[in-house]
Design a protein around this ligand. Sequence first.
Ligand SMILES: *Cc1c(COP(=O)(O)O)cnc(C)c1O
Length: 456
Amino acid sequence: MTTSAEWFDRARAVTPGGVNSPVRAFGSVGGTPPFSVRGEGAWLTDADGDRRVDLVCGWGPLLLGHSHPEVVEAVQSTAARMMCPGGSTIGEVELAEAIVGRLDAVREGAVDEVRLVSTGTEATMTAIRLARGVTGRDLVIKFSGCYHGHSDGLLAAAGSGLATLALPGSAGVPAPISGQTIVLPYNDLDAVRAAFAEHEGRIAAVIVEASAANMGVVPPLPGYNRGLAEICHDDGALLICDEVLTGFRTGPAGWWGREQEDEERGGWTPDLFTFGKVIGGGMPVAGLGGRREVMEHLAPNGPVYQGGTLSGNPVAVAAGVATLRLADDAVYGAVDAASDRVVAAVKREFDRVGLPFAVQRVRNLFSFAMGDGAALGWSGVDEFGAPAPRNEDEVKRQESWRYPAFFHSLLDAGVNPPPSVFEAWFLSSAHDEEALAHLEAALPAAADAAAGATAP
Ligand SMILES: *Cc1c(COP(=O)(O)O)cnc(C)c1O
């Protein structure tokens, strides 16, 4: 049997850092990353034969858990018929209709049309190009700690992957390109108003995660997203709501849909949405959507170009269609309930060991920031009344050096937590009593390890 450690050696010989996405290398927690060989429901098995309750769920796509039988069946039966016909297929229409239908159910006309692509990076990159094509303007505002994929203009201050590696941005991005991106602190409408005052009539779009979840979860303050929409629309700019992570995970119509259920938060509609992760159910599918008059600027009807050999690939799309069909209210209810239970269990253990922390949470998506929030100057408040970070600057002040000990204690006890404190925890409807009880049993030792960790 080849162990994970041996696979990692082989991987490093033929792949930069041994990984195809940096956070997989365990840079911030140390140790050898397990090589997975099998996923079943809430469980992941590695090459060493170790089985763990998975809290990563593919970084979000697996709302139904690993290899749900009906999703697997949809993929297999489609692949047996065709894999890449090069022309249009039925599944693309079904997936677009499912997405439009879910948003329409919240607010009619929120999204008329969807263009499918293969990755979230492509979705946000295309949304930015489209916004520039529609407005005839160049500048884009993004918020530090928000991640929108790895296209050149969106890599500045882009959250977890970069925070973990302590990289300011990326080499290889020409200054004239990064110079078109204005980076502002999250959850601060005055900063956005000031930028619009300074660059009146020159900003094409503001792009924001529906809720920030790539610096750990940092919920938008009530009215923040609505405020962004108002500021954009007053100046003729577009608001791009990036739901690649939150969309169809935090609710049937994403975090945008959840906010519309809440009087304090609702009453706004972005001009473009970007989707990914759950809409592919674990396969490479992403997309962007918006009102017809905006979307019709895309080729072939309009002058903004976008295309893709694998866009709307039938095998990939089949997984997305099956996932959205299965993701009903019962699924969201189950993932919400599992999240309540895990948050309560972590709180119980951190309280027991006297470790101050904040719960960072939007419904079923959550993370924990460690440290004494009052001393660290966190200006938000969590659901238990503790001070909580509300932007990237505050998030980074936490005692992140406690996380490797916490992480490895869980990993050794058969749990697969996210390999960075700046990532959200992901659950699924397959996280049943057995899986949750297994996680709860592992938490006391992990909390002890976090409390006992020493500052560098
Ligand atoms: C994951 C993510 C992306 C990028 O998606 P990829 O499929 O990894 O390219 C974009 N935006 C957000 C909010 C994400 O979480």
